[in-house]
Design a protein around this ligand. Structure first.
Ligand code: DGY
Length: 319
């Protein structure tokens, strides 16, 4: 019986699927990130692994995998895996694209609205017993209509976010390494340089994968280009924005607000961020809907079953 090692409890659909296909499931069932030692022990004789973005599959881990045919990452991002080395070792790597696109775009808009209308600040104000009645100048925010919405990375999630932003009356511009004809047509959007996007956007929303090229792509110089009234949102990966530089522009109120679902040193969140009023902070919940997580679990399981049955994976990250 082929063994599938799963590094943490995932939603039932994937587990059921693997059981029905007759695979032996070994699961790290505690509700915390698997300790490294247990990870290395669990993957040793596994035929397949379902991994999370919190598990590092570097050379050391990959070298421990004696039988493994596939690492099925339960995430669309796969920066936790040394892809080049996995490829060298002929281990297939898959991710879970498409199934979480809408949920992540929804959360992006939730952050946009929270920042623009100061929702977390307003709720704290009310819960703190400070609400004395309606006031003309109380907690004034920003209206979205006619604002320039800059999408950094016009892939699937960028596309769905643009759709939502357009429905709120925003004008869309985008930065991407490639021209995206469909995106341009759908949103009458212009492709611009990153500098130009940072300069002219009222809202900047980051939707890029993390890799060597995108690490700190949004650095101090880029952040300094932003308008005083602008908002930056990150639901991609923390390391794409230089967090120290972001904290500095937020402290100096050089931008209006930031909405962050991801951080450079997750799960640690810089204490300075926690003190700021003009930032909305979420614990990496972009894809955290019942629907998306069920689909992610099932897709990861289908990738595993396909490969262990000698078929092609559904969503490989390299060919
Ligand atoms: C992903 O899938 O990469 C998200 O960040 C986690 O839901």
């Amino acid at each position: 019986m082929k063994k599938v090692f799963i590094t943490r409890i995932i939603p039932e659909p994937g587990l059921n699927y693997l059981r029905q296909k007759g695979f032996k499931i070994e699961l790290y069932s505690e509700d915390r990130t698997i300790p490294r030692k247990q990870l290395l022990a669990g993957i040793k004789d596994a035929d397949a692994v379902i991994s999370l973005l919190t598990d590092k599959f570097d050379r050391e881990a990959i070298d421990k995998m004696n039988n493994c045919q596939i690492i099925a990452n339960h995430a669309v991002g796969f920066n936790n895996i040394d892809i080049d080395y996995a490829k060298e070792k002929k281990i297939i790597v898959t991710n879970t694209p498409e199934v979480l696109t809408e949920s992540t775009a929804d959360l992006t808009m939730a952050l946009v609205l929270s920042c623009a209308r100061r929702l977390t600040e307003a709720e704290k104000f009310l819960r703190g017993g400070k609400f004395e009645g309606w006031k003309p100048m109380l907690l004034l925010g920003i209206e979205l209509k006619d604002k320039v919405f800059g999408i950094v990375g016009a892939g699937r999630i960028g596309f769905e976010t643009a759709k939502r932003a357009k429905a709120f009356g925003c004008r869309i511009i985008y930065f991407d390494n490639e021209k995206k004809a469909n995106f341009e047509k759908e949103f009458s959007a212009r492709r611009v340089s990153l500098n130009s996007l940072m300069l002219s956007s009222d809202i900047v929303s980051v939707h890029l994968p993390l890799n060597k090229k995108t690490h700190h792509l949004i650095n101090r110089d880029k952040l300094k280009l932003m308008k005083k009234s602008s908002i930056i949102i990150n639901t991609a990966r923390g390391e794409i924005i230089d967090e120290k530089a972001l904290i500095s522009v937020l402290e100096k109120k050089q931008i209006f607000a930031a909405g962050l679902d991801v951080f450079e040193k997750e799960p640690n969140v810089n204490k300075k961020l926690l003190k700021l009023e003009n930032v909305v902070l979420l614990p990496h919940i972009g894809s955290a809907t019942i629907e998306a997580r069920n689909r992610m679990s099932l897709l990861a399981a289908k990738n595993v079953a396909a490969v262990l049955s000698g078929n092609k994976p559904l969503t490989p990250v390299y060919n």
